[in-house]
Design a protein around this ligand. Structure first.
Ligand SMILES: Cc1cc2nc3c(=O)[nH]c(=O)nc-3n(C[C@H](O)[C@H](O)[C@H](O)COP(=O)(O)OP(=O)(O)OC[C@H]3O[C@@H](n4cnc5c(N)ncnc54)[C@H](O)[C@@H]3O)c2cc1C
Ligand code: SF4
Length: 330
């Protein structure tokens, strides 16, 4: 492991200035992903800038009734927050479905958004990997890929984004705020994560040297009737092989509002807008939910070992939307 320096930042501008002064520096939040990658030799920072003392650990109401979540809020505090649980239950459920209690106590919102893929080749320095070393190749295409992507992948990379939290944020049109030496900026989550294309090593549109300061969730009444369902290979402490954040409003048996985002199927949380369009104005039924899933999954490109994800996601959409419909009728 490379020797590295350590600095603790106490204000946002100080953190940004420290990073600007050392091109090989990284922000350190909970360290639950970065430190593992350092141990594996994938990350080799010269300096760690600890951001945990920054005053970004609050959850506040916005003027329009939404929520602004600071980037150093821990996953545990986010999942336990009463307004998150009441108004965005799928978000609380998604966060609680991730990792373990100990990890959630350390992990933060900013770090969760920027955690790297769990593709085994990415963390194995003895193997090529386009995401780690651009142009070196993608062994997952012909190798181990049973938990790799089926939507929006490319011949250069088929890895998935591992975050559960980001899937719920994508369903609710979250906006990510950041600070750079040139001032603050914002990115809607749809634009925050970049399509994989020919550049799998460039994962987000976050400007170089930017510190994520928070995430804003606009007010969205349908989000109060939402659910996150995660499928994994064991009951806890495992990454998703497929997941769904869903919110649904039904008026007189007809779908009036719906939000859908898929997890563990793409290089980024996958907002299922084609499926949403199919459902608006249709009678809420298992047939309609299946047709909506099929519309989204028509673009799926499976590899030999991950075609099961198409069926899995279809079944998830039908099951979760059926549950939400039954709850709306009570
Ligand atoms: C065993 C294990 C199981 C896990 N299971 C799951 C799971 O099921 N679901 C899931 O979603 N996650 C899971 N995780 C991942 C975990 O949630 C992430 O590691 C965690 O959320 C990262 O947050 P952190 O604060 O520790 O980030 P760090 O490790 O500190 O940082 C991660 C990256 O983000 C950057 N960064 C951090 N904060 C900022 C900021 N404010 N601005 C700019 N850059 C920043 C860092 O420089 C680094 O590049 C698991 C992790 C482990 C180790
Ligand atoms: S899928 Fe992506 S991360 Fe995995 S080996 Fe291929 S290029 Fe690397």
């Amino acid at each position: 492991m490379r020797e590295f320096g350590y600095e603790r930042a106490f204000d946002v501008s100080g953190a940004v200035a420290l990073l600007g002064g050392e091109p090989e520096a990284r922000f350190l939040a909970g360290g639950t992903n970065l430190v593992d990658l350092m141990k594996a030799g994938v990350e080799r920072p010269a300096l760690l800038i600890d951001v945990r003392e920054l005053p970004l650990d609050g959850v506040e109401f916005t003027e329009d009734g939404g929520l602004r979540i600071g980037s150093t809020v821990t996953n545990s505090d986010l999942a336990a927050h009463p307004e998150v649980r009441r108004r965005f239950p799928a978000l609380a459920q998604a966060v609680l479905a991730g990792a373990s209690g100990q990890l959630r106590n350390m992990a933060t919102v900013g770090g969760n958004l920027l955690q790297r893929t769990r593709c085994g080749y990415f963390i194995d320095l003895s193997k090529p990997c386009n995401k780690r070393t651009p142009g070196s190749g993608c062994p997952a295409l012909t190798g181990e890929h049973h938990n790799h992507g089926i939507l929006g992948t490319s011949e250069h990379c088929v890895a998935t984004h591992p975050s559960d939290m980001a899937v719920a944020l994508a369903a609710f049109d979250a906006v990510i705020s950041y600070e750079t030496a040139d001032g603050p900026g914002e990115l809607p989550i749809d634009e925050f994560y970049l399509p994989v294309g020919e550049t799998p090593h460039i994962e987000t549109a976050l400007p170089a040297g930017a510190l994520i300061t928070g995430v804003t969730l606009p007010q969205d009444p349908v989000a109060a009737r939402s659910r996150y369902r995660k499928v994994r290979e064991r009951a806890s402490y495992a990454f998703a092989i497929g997941s769904l954040a869903a919110a649904l409003d039904v008026q007189d048996d007809v779908v009036s509002e719906v939000r859908l985002a898929f997890g563990a199927v793409a290089s980024r949380p996958w907002r299922a807008r084609a499926a949403e369009q199919v459902l608006i104005g249709r009678t809420a039924s298992a047939e309609a939910f299946a047709a909506a899933a099929d519309a989204e999954l028509a673009a799926a490109e499976a590899l030999p070992e991950n075609g099961y994800k198409v069926t899995l996601m279809r079944n998830l959409v039908v099951a979760v939307l059926t549950e939400l419909t039954e709850e709306a009728a009570r």
